[in-house]
Write a protein that binds this ligand. Structure first.
Ligand code: TRP
Length: 329
């Protein structure tokens, strides 16, 4: 039984890549560990969302998470900004995080390129807030994708530095949660790269069947195989990979054989792929809409989650203050 922390930014809808990549693994993980799942709505501020959008985005991600099967009776599900203790730990950790190491973070350099007009200090200290999210619950495991590995490394450095600086063995150094197999990287529909929120190449869990059919029919393919047994190109390989997660094995086999014998009609394959995606997403979409309409339930979930998260977080902050040397008069 490990203590696991996982955060997701409230900046976009969940897509098939999130679902098959990470969330489907969380369903088992949550039963075997003490899991904290939260929505990183402080981190979301680094990109300056409009006040009119902030709450709706948080609510959407919450409903989508729950619709996927994250169970608030099993795991602690909460909103980051409902746990003010995290901002106190963030402040304290900022004193032992070095500007130099933060400036060298790949995600910071990316952001500077992507939003040169908004290089705020929150972007620079993004990994410190993330470290606070994790070690505030004394987590030892964090499920992370490739893009977050450096942040987890930074979390370990910060935890170790705190322990060394104060001569304690207080914070564990968290490792990546290992799902026992390679995490599936779900490709997008644009012929290259993985499915992403901002790339415009994704199928969202909340998309309607009509939207899904349109997106899949527009997916990039190629001119078709010219000789029997020819390897499919990158774009078509991606569609086969998508098919391998949503379709019946016979369906995949059927189209692979059609490709190998140069008889494939990509239109037929896409039609089938779209229907199989819809079969997977339809019940999830129905549940998302049900949850979005039940504000009373969502309010109960986040209140209960905040209470559990704050119990764990306030204990840590109390102990950290003591270690640092704060004393009551
Ligand atoms: N940085 C993560 C992302 O962009 C989100 C996140 C914030 C997170 N705090 C975390 C993930 C703590 C794991 C643990 O996806």
């Amino acid at each position: 039984m490990e203590t696991v922390v996982s955060g997701i930014r409230s900046t976009g809808k969940l897509h098939l890549g999130n679902y098959f990549g990470a969330i489907s693994n969380f369903l088992k993980m949550q039963r075997e560990n003490d899991c904290y799942f939260f929505i990183a709505d402080y981190h979301a501020l680094t990109t300056h969302p409009h006040p009119d959008d902030l709450h709706g985005n948080i609510k959407q991600v919450l409903a989508e998470y729950l619709a996927c099967g994250i169970d608030p009776e099993v795991a602690t599900v909460f909103i980051q900004s409902d746990v003010p203790e995290v901002s106190e730990l963030y402040l304290l950790l900022n004193m032992i995080a070095y500007v130099g190491e933060l400036e060298r973070t790949a995600s910071f350099k990316d952001k500077i390129r992507l939003q040169p007009q908004n290089v705020n200090a929150g972007l620079l200290t993004y990994p410190v807030l993330m470290a606070a999210d994790i070690i505030i619950h004394k987590a030892n495991k964090v499920p992370v994708g490739k893009d977050q590995e450096q942040h987890l490394e930074m979390t370990r450095h910060i935890a170790r530095r705190f322990n060394t600086m104060y001569g304690v063995n207080y914070f564990p150094e968290p490792d990546a949660y290992n799902f026992g197999k390679q995490l599936l990287k779900i490709p997008g529909l644009d012929g290259s790269g993985k499915m992403g929120k901002s790339e415009g190449n994704g199928v969202f869990l909340s998309d309607t069947p009509k939207e899904i059919r349109q997106k899949v029919m527009r997916a990039v393919t190629d001119a078709g195989p010219t000789s029997p047994g020819e390897e499919p190109g990158e774009a078509v390989k991606n569609l086969f990979l998508l098919m391998s997660v949503v379709s019946e094995p016979e369906t995949l086999k059927f189209f692979k054989e059609k490709h190998a014998s140069c008889e494939i009609r990509y239109g037929d394959m896409k039609k089938q792929l779209a229907e199989d995606i819809i079969t997977v997403t339809d019940p999830i979409r129905a549940r998302i809409n049900e949850l979005l309409a039940d504000n009373g339930y969502l309010a109960k979930v986040v209140a209960q989650g905040a209470e559990k998260a704050r119990a764990s977080a306030s204990k840590t902050v109390r102990e950290v203050r003591e270690i640092i040397g704060y004393k009551p008069f």
